[in-house]
Design a protein around this ligand. Sequence first.
Ligand SMILES: [Zn+2]
Length: 367
Amino acid sequence: VGGVVALLVGTFYAVDPEQFFDATMRGTTVSAEARRIHDAAIVIDLHADTMLWNRDVRVRGNRGHVDFPRLREGGVDAQAFTIATSLAMLPIAIHNRWPVETWTSPRARFLRQIDRFAGMTKGRDDVRIARTAADVRVNAAAGILSVFHGVEEAEALGGELDRLDEMPARGVLFLAPVHMIDNDYGGNSAGDPARGLTALGMQLIERMNELGILLDTAHANGKTLADAVALSAFPPINSHARVKAVYDHWRNLSDDDIRTIAARGGVVGIMQGGIAFSEPSSVDQVIAHMEHVISLVGDEYVALGSDWDGMIQPAVDAVSLPSLTEAMLNRGWSVERIRRVLGENVLRVWAERDHIVAEQAARKEKR
Ligand SMILES: [Zn+2]
């Protein structure tokens, strides 16, 4: 073990992993019509791993894919800054020279990222945490960028479900029980396919239901996904995925997975690149994954789940996102369909969650 750690430390001190993830398309010009449709729509992206890196999101950078100025240029109205906590993030923690406790503790990795983000949004009036779907609409109308969080892997709780309680106030909208490996909560898409949601995983979902935290089924295997969706009080989201029918990879969703999510009124956020460079990176490929979901279950269940600043080389970064809208237009998509996929589908799920949370609160009041 000591040797492996020494090798990891050495490698990630020496190599800059960010250099491999530059977007294939930057600052592309689009037609006036595409830009107009894009700007008029509410645009929401469900997954960016930006906080894994040491960049300052307040400043326009030229590395990676996302920061506040680039989101603005690309017409993004709301961005999920996801917090990835699994052990697979160890090499990045080492590369970033994060404090040593983050090398061993998922909870420390969670706090490192979410505290740093809170520090960068504090006191700003042009960037605000959105807690409801209505917040997103109000902010968008006022030219304010909405931000919110997803959490990747329940290991962030350090084994204590009580720690979920603080998350909604911190801007956490959704949580994915599993990430890169099978864990105490359920099975991962590369792990044991027979491993479903565990007893602890069931307790987790029940607590999330009480707190208004949406289930993110990303990275779960088919059984864990189905078990968790059945237990969730809210429509599920799959914050970042691609589909097996277009590209057969263990990370991608099966048709059954997609049907399970759609049957509960959820959404699938489509990634801007294949996981770990597993597919050619192009806008056409992004559209192909979206169109498979549309042909299978309809256009109410597709969303943007870029995985920007994650382990992908994206077809478009935040700045060049309008060129995806142009590609949708060129494929003959209606403006209504484009608006759904860009953000309205996410707002529908979010508003339904807000409605259920309000009902739960009213019932509690009565008791
Ligand atoms: Zn992920």
